[in-house]
Design a protein around this ligand. Structure first.
Ligand SMILES: [Zn+2]
Length: 249
């Protein structure tokens, strides 16, 4: 068991949350009961996750995508009202860590994805050093990396083949990091993996020869919250459950 405030202080320090310029507040977003015994982790603070956490008897939810983002108009109506209503009715604390959870060298989404793909991590790139660089045990073909991603993530990636060179150096950044592709190319990658693709990246891939793999925003960001939740549960003697709410995006 741990007090909510102590939990927040510890997680904030572990993730070095103050280092990041982010799109929303990191840390405690909605205050619940003071004591945490049961922690539920998940990717996004959706209504489905909040309701599942309430059914599971959670005292706190730990997510990558919280409720509050820059650009919202701040009104508590519609879906926002429903999500807050369930959280507040059950006195569940909501902790959200966005970029700090992508970046953490051990528990972060990028580190965890690299581990799942058996890439040895040897560098960082891109804005705020969120992108990771690594190498596979042996050079991969586009087909082999596609098959590995499908096996590890449970879904087929959208692939834009480059010039067919062997993939020795991989750059990746989970989620909606299509904007990191040019930095990945500049960093010398043979392939770039992220969650999503937008129209321009297909052309960059064809014109630079660097293969592009869009593997799913949710699919690439499923591992950080689960790994961090398990670690925190062990450290603070909590019960922990990762609840995956499937998302085709
Ligand atoms: Zn994301």
């Amino acid at each position: 068991m741990i007090h909510r405030d102590e939990f927040g202080v510890q997680v904030h320090a572990l993730l070095e949350a103050d280092r990041f310029r982010d799109y929303g507040p990191n840390g405690l977003q909605v205050e619940g009961r003071p004591e945490i015994r049961k922690l539920v982790s998940g990717v996004t603070a959706s209504l489905a996750l909040i309701e599942a956490a309430a059914r599971a008897g959670a005292d706190a939810i730990l997510v990558h995508h919280g409720l509050f983002w820059r650009g919202q108009d701040g009104r508590v109506t519609g879906w926002m009202k429903r999500r807050l209503q369930v959280l507040l009715a059950h006195e569940i604390n909501l902790f959200a860590y966005h970029l700090p959870l992508d970046a953490h060298p051990q528990w972060g989404n990028n580190a965890q994805l690299g581990q799942k793909l058996k890439l040895s991590i040897d560098g960082r790139f891109g804005e705020q050093d969120l992108g990771f660089l690594g190498t596979p045990a042996q050079p991969l073909t586009v087909a082999a990396l596609t098959a590995l991603l499908q096996y590890r993530l449970g879904r087929a990636p959208v692939v834009v083949e480059g010039d067919g060179r062997p993939i020795r150096r991989v750059a990746w950044c989970t989620g909606g990091a299509q904007g990191y592709f040019e930095a990945a190319i500049a960093a010398g990658a043979d392939a770039f993996l992220t969650g999503e693709i937008s129209e321009p990246q297909a052309h960059y891939a064809r014109e630079t020869g660097v293969a592009y793999f869009a593997c799913g925003h949710h699919a690439t960001e499923r591992f950080g919250a689960a790994a961090l939740g398990a670690h925190l549960a062990e450290r603070f003697g909590l019960e922990h459950q990762f609840i995956d709410i499937d998302n085709p995006a």
